[in-house]
Design a protein around this ligand. Structure first.
Ligand SMILES: C[S@@+](CC[C@H](N)C(=O)[O-])C[C@H]1O[C@@H](n2cnc3c(N)ncnc32)[C@H](O)[C@@H]1O
Length: 243
């Protein structure tokens, strides 16, 4: 498949889905290498921010291969992992065959769906979350509003996304890594290295923490706050659907 390289507001949904189909096979390995294993810490911080417990219904949107979904199910939650890349879901399905239930008793169900028109009824979930996915969605505010629609009143949103390191020297080091080292590393480990040029560009173009908080509030969420991880390389934004 020819590599698809898109970034910024001109990205098209079918190009985004095709790009993730192209990286699906080695997606989890590539993440682990490019983040030096930090992705595990970020996923576990996301699970903590969701304050999960057995019986909660959780939507993990843009779930990809479902890596975070399994971390959530380990807390006993019933997780729906939804994505529009069938290639990513296929990799997730293979994992599901080997592990039908999570260690904590929770479950993961894979569903194909678009974050801009979710195939779920209003107020279906106690928690909704999206990890490293919102940056790839064509209309960010529409997606945040759609997430609010399927969340029960009083339910919670957690967005885990790359963000802006707050300390200037750390930001410089990180930007150098993103723009220079990361594409080279991706050529060694990824099945579709061009997608990682997109990754670097899309992170650079992504709004900083306060701006994203404004988008979340603008989409109908309340009490929006955030916490930086790894000095702001990643931020966890948290908000509630008004009761
Ligand atoms: C970088 S991956 C993140 C996957 C996973 N959440 C993780 O943490 O590894 C981004 C995912 O967003 C999905 N995506 C982008 N736009 C989407 C949309 N509108 N609806 C559903 N999934 C979408 C892509 O297909 C891709 O699997």
């Amino acid at each position: 498949m020819a590599p698809v390289r898109v970034a910024g507001p001109e990205k098209r949904p079918e190009e985004v889905a095709a790009m993730f189909d192209g990286v699906a096979r080695r997606y989890d390995l590539t993440n682990a290498v490019l983040s030096a294993g930090l992705d595990r810490t970020w996923r576990s911080a996301t699970a903590d921010a969701l304050e999960l417990r057995p019986g909660l219904r959780v939507l993990d949107l843009a779930a990809g291969t479902g890596t975070s979904s399994w971390a959530f199910a380990a807390h006993g939650a019933s997780v729906v992992a939804c994505d529009f890349s069938l290639g990513m879901l296929r990799v997730g399905r293979r994992r599901l065959r080997h592990r039908p239930a999570a260690s904590g008793g929770g479950t993961v169900a894979l569903v194909a769906g678009d974050g801009l028109a979710l195939p779920f009824a209003e107020a279906s979930f106690d928690r909704v979350t999206i990890s490293f996915g919102l940056r790839n969605v064509v209309d960010v505010e529409a997606c945040l509003a759609e997430l609010a629609r399927v969340t029960r009143p009083g339910g919670r949103l957690v967005v885990c996304e790359f963000s802006r390191p707050t300390w200037a020297p750390w930001r410089t080091v990180y930007m150098e890594y993103l723009m220079r080292a990361l594409p080279g590393l991706a050529r060694v480990v990824s099945s579709s290295p061009d997608a990682y040029v997109y990754l670097a560009e899309s992170i650079r173009a992504w709004p900083d923490q306060p701006t994203l908080a404004g988008h979340i509030a603008g989409a109908g969420w309340t009490q929006v706050g955030w916490r930086n991880l790894t000095g702001g390389i990643v931020a966890l934004h948290r908000a509630w659907r008004p009761a």
